[in-house]
Design a protein around this ligand. Structure first.
Ligand code: ADP
Ligand code: MG
Length: 369
């Protein structure tokens, strides 16, 4: 069986409606194998119809036991249901938020099947979230920078005065105190420099993002214990990008360090690259975008924190400064890119998107239709 039986003109019309709907529709048989998938659903799952046919639901959606149990109940008892804002994890590291409606279908003389309708709005939500996030984090960064400048200026004087004082002091015991002043001033200087963030203008050159990742890999291998497995999953066909390699290394390193810190002694870290065609970053649609994902098997980011993690001074760690992600985000923003994040226990994905090719002026994007 590889499609819904259709006989009458009415059936054909129904089929045509399903084919043209913007909602994603899938029909599963009693074994939860796909017997029909409409084009919107093919796009959502990034799978072709021929590949989808015969696939089991759990080959498309990674274990969502709660939903699967409800679907089994629906087919047995004949009760349709709708669940709002379900998180579906699908293959290719994508976590989608959808409204999901499930309706059992009963046809005489055939086994019952399930109509699954998925209304996807996440990308739209995400785009507006990205914009407000960027705006928020710019304001916060300016504030932190202003504060850091105010602290930085008197700090040099403080340290110099302590050094002069030290030279005048004969007693070693008293010199211990000036040493404390100098050491603390130096520590504060380091913090303030990090608060000020990267100030140098990017020195752009043609860079292979895999060289950047290999560098990060070499650095993090030393820092992570032996029980952290590091997997490199690269798409070697991604073209070179015009970027500042040091700034990219810094940005990726900040993400990778967080992953290693979150996982603790053991876990799995994946560095994954892919290219995306026709992709929107903020308001701008690009012909080609490079994607670097840092995926870890750690405990995940608490939901109440996830909307704020890119803001400066937001940290979940006692010894954290909360600057790593804000700096990474601003470095990537300078390259017209964006970092986004999705997280659940056992799987956190930070995704760096960097534009490679703009749309040509005379091309119409999909959104214009
Ligand atoms: N991969 C991750 N897994 C779990 N939590 C994370 C991850 N990355 C970031 N976080 C959370 O986001 C917070 C902010 O990160 P960051 O800006 O780098 O600051 P810091 O590392 O100094 O705390 C971290 O303290 C942590 O709570
Ligand atoms: Mg950090």
């Amino acid at each position: 069986m590889n499609s819904l039986p259709s006989t009458t003109p009415g059936d054909l019309m129904q089929r045509r409606i399903m084919e043209n709907m913007s909602a994603s529709i899938m029909v599963l048989d009693a074994d939860f194998s796909v017997v029909y998938i409409n084009p919107a659903c093919e796009m959502l799952f990034e799978i072709s119809r021929s590949k989808a046919f015969g696939k089991k639901w759990d080959q498309l959606v990674i274990e969502n036991q709660e939903l699967t149990t409800r679907m089994q109940g629906a087919i047995k008892q004949g009760h349709p249901f709708t669940e709002r804002e379900v998180q579906l994890e699908i293959y290719g590291n994508r976590i989608l938020t959808v409204d999901c409606s499930v309706t059992p279908l009963y046809e005489p003389s055939t086994e019952p099947s399930l109509l699954v309708e998925l209304q996807y709005m996440e990308r739209q939500l995400q785009i507006s979230r990205e914009e407000s996030l960027i705006a928020q984090s710019h304001v916060a960064r300016d504030l932190v920078r202003g504060l850091a400048h105010e602290v930085k200026n008197p700090l040099g004087g403080l340290r110099g005065a302590a050094q002069l004082l030290e030279r005048e002091l004969e007693s070693e015991e008293l010199q211990e105190y000036t040493q404390i002043i100098i050491a603390e001033a130096d520590r504060l200087q380091g913090l303030v420099d990090r608060m000020l963030g990267p100030t140098a203008l990017p020195h752009k050159e043609q860079v292979n993002i895999h060289q950047v990742l290999e560098r990060v890999h070499a650095l993090i291998k030393v820092e992570a214990g032996d029980d952290i497995e590091i997997v490199r999953n690269y798409d070697p066909s991604i073209p070179e990008i015009n970027a500042d390699p040091d700034q990219l290394i810094q940005a990726v390193l900040n993400l990778v360090r967080n992953s290693v810190q979150a996982m603790g002694a053991e876990g799995r870290l994946e560095l994954r690259t892919r290219s995306k065609r026709q992709f929107t970053i903020g308001h701008q649609r690009y012909k080609l975008v490079a994607m670097i994902e840092v995926v870890d098997s750690g405990p995940g980011i608490p939901p109440e924190m996830i909307d704020r993690i890119f803001l400066p001074m937001i940290t979940g760690r006692a010894e954290g400064s909360g600057l790593g992600l804000s700096i990474a985000q601003s470095l990537i923003n300078r390259h017209d890119g964006l970092i986004e994040c999705s997280s659940k226990p056992g799987k956190t994905v930070f995704r760096i998107l960097l534009p490679l090719e703009k749309m040509n002026g005379n091309e119409r994007s999909d959104m214009d239709h």
